[in-house]
Design a protein around this ligand. Structure first.
Ligand SMILES: C[S@@+](CC[C@H](N)C(=O)[O-])C[C@H]1O[C@@H](n2cnc3c(N)ncnc32)[C@H](O)[C@@H]1O
Length: 131
């Protein structure tokens, strides 16, 4: 990664606790992370798992009223994921940028007005456990 003035770069796997430990409390958590695609439905499931981790990071690091933007490939888990995001934010919208190919399953969820971790972290854990 090339250094950028005024920017602290942390390079690592977003599943690593060490990476999470280095992340400050933030106004915005934005995830453009995506798996290497193979063209089958496993891509959507891998994207879902990455998005679940991104949401966990948002719940642990966002300031109250903060924003969360996440890319996800739409698949069978999408509706449950979106419903979970809605529990934590006042305003949630899905958008597909013009630069995204029509045949691509990718979509961005834009969530604003984080309600705060206390109000719903338990329901997130249920999503993780598959309840
Ligand atoms: C669509 S690209 C993002 C491109 C980026 N926005 C840019 O402009 O360079 C998806 C990225 O997600 C990263 N990624 C996938 N799984 C990850 C993980 N577990 N931890 C960290 N990055 C991951 C991939 O390495 C890849 O670089």
């Amino acid at each position: 990664m090339h250094p950028i003035d005024g920017v602290t770069c942390i390079q690592g796997d977003l599943y690593d606790q060490e990476v999470l430990d280095q992340l400050p409390v933030a106004d915005v958590v934005l995830s453009d992370a995506a798996p290497k695609t193979t063209g089958d439905s496993r891509d959507q499931y891998k994207s879902y798992l990455i998005s679940v981790r991104a949401l966990e990071i948002a719940l642990l690091r966002l300031k109250k009223e903060g924003s969360f933007i996440v890319k996800i490939f739409q698949g069978e888990d999408f509706d449950a994921y979106l419903a979970e995001v809605r529990k934590h934010f006042d305003f949630v919208k899905c958008t597909k940028p013009p630069t995204s190919r029509n045949e691509s399953k990718e979509i961005y969820i834009v969530a604003m007005g984080f309600r705060g971790r206390e109000e719903g972290y338990e329901s997130y854990k249920r999503l993780l456990e598959g309840d």
